[in-house]
Design a protein around this ligand. Structure first.
Ligand SMILES: [Zn+2]
Length: 375
């Protein structure tokens, strides 16, 4: 069996704080070409959220064979301070490999490559959907890759995203869905004036308070079989008035809604806009991502069986956590996320157990093989 460890080290050694470009892609490219993959690289989008480097690699199976895709990102979050060793100097201490991206998610990408190295070319079509911008704005990352995949008519049957989904030990959790996210700024305009002369002013603060009270009291839903209830949180209240004797001219506030698949970002934005309007306010929404759900079925059963065969534990099928690029990939085919233990992701001294890297490669190999050759 091919080990994932050398490639994980090589990828970590290429600094790739989001958005990732250049050397880290060269490194993956050089690993895929000898395995028979045709590699397409592109720079997508323009400033300020681009250009973003993306990579789509495909190894065609026999005509009519199934197509299984691995998806992920080579960018990492900034390392921050206080690392025991260099964030971009892969270092094995004990049974752990340290470095930024070890679990999120260069380690998983190395495991994907090790997995396909041991899958015969005639088993079916395999591909890699790898972006350099998942941790950043993500406007020109996986979205651009999906456009390319459609343009070259290479839509996969199933897709696995290698985000670090495991919690306490490798295999305990896979994600079949994620909630969506929308942030909404609220503004209530008034007319400034002297506190002692309120009849000459119009204070927007009481209307903002009433608006926020109505929003805070909303019950969006009670959850579903697969999702917790959607929640709306007030994340900022801003008047910014330094003067004790001045009625302010404007009140602003921001809310954030994490929503399940009973809602859409647009629908929630419209609902909030209507409530804001009734209180004399306006709203401006930014949808970070829609919810996605791959309903439990053959794909989740296949992933769970592969995980259990390699680790001895049946993964919980979860929909918790923030958004991921699965929110885009769901437009192509059923998507499930499974990967390493996430305890150290986005932290200093991010590290992966060496044994987990090769165990993950074995799991990925089993998932891809079973997906390509339906039982
Ligand atoms: Zn990630």
């Amino acid at each position: 069996m091919t080990s994932a460890i050398p490639l994980a080290e090589a990828l970590i050694a290429c600094p790739s704080v989001t958005p990732a470009t250049g050397a880290v892609f060269d490194c993956l490219d050089a690993a895929l070409v000898p395995l028979g993959f045709a590699v397409h690289r592109s720079l997508d989008g323009e400033a300020p959220d681009g250009p973003v480097e993306n990579l789509f690699a495909i190894r065609q199976g026999p005509p009519g064979s199934r197509h299984f895709a691995f998806a992920g990102h080579l960018d990492v979050v900034p390392p921050g301070e206080g690392w025991t060793s260099g964030a971009f100097v892969p270092e094995v201490r004990g049974d752990l490999l340290h470095g930024r991206g070890a679990v999120d998610m260069k380690g998983a990408i190395a495991a994907m490559v090790a997995a396909v190295a041991d899958i015969p070319a005639n088993a079916g079509t395999l591909s890699f959907v790898i972006t350099g911008d998942e941790e950043g704005p993500a406007r020109f990352g996986t979205v651009a890759l999906i456009e390319h995949i459609r343009a070259v008519d290479s839509i996969p049957d199933l897709c696995l995203v290698g985000e670090p989904t495991s919690v306490s030990r490798l295999g305990d959790t896979a994600k079949i869905g994620r909630r969506g996210s929308v942030n909404i700024w609220l503004t209530v305009e008034g007319r400034e004036g002297h506190v002692a002369y309120p009849h000459l002013a119009d204070n927007p603060a009481p209307r903002m308070i009433a608006l926020l009270a109505e929003l805070d009291a909303l019950v969006l839903d009670h959850g579903t079989d697969w999702f917790q209830a959607s929640n709306l949180e007030i994340t900022e209240i801003a008047i910014g008035n330094p003067a004790a004797n001045v009625i302010p001219s404007r009140a602003r506030a921001r809310i954030s809604i994490r929503f399940n698949d009973l809602h859409t970002g647009q629908g929630l934005a419209a609902r909030v806009a209507e409530i804001a309007h009734r209180h004399g306010g306006t709203s401006h929404a930014t949808i970070s991502g829609e919810a996605f759900l791959t309903e439990p079925g053959p794909f989740s059963a296949l992933v769970a069986a592969a995980v259990e065969a390699e680790t001895g534990i049946a993964p919980e099928l979860s929909t918790t956590g923030g958004t991921s690029d699965a929110r885009f990939l769901k437009a192509l085919c059923p998507v499930i996320e499974f990967g390493l233990c996430n305890a150290t992701m986005h932290k200093r001294d991010e590290a992966v157990a060496l044994a987990d890297l090769d165990a993950l490669a074995a799991i990925y190999r089993r998932i891809a093989l079973t997906a390509l050759i339906p039982q």
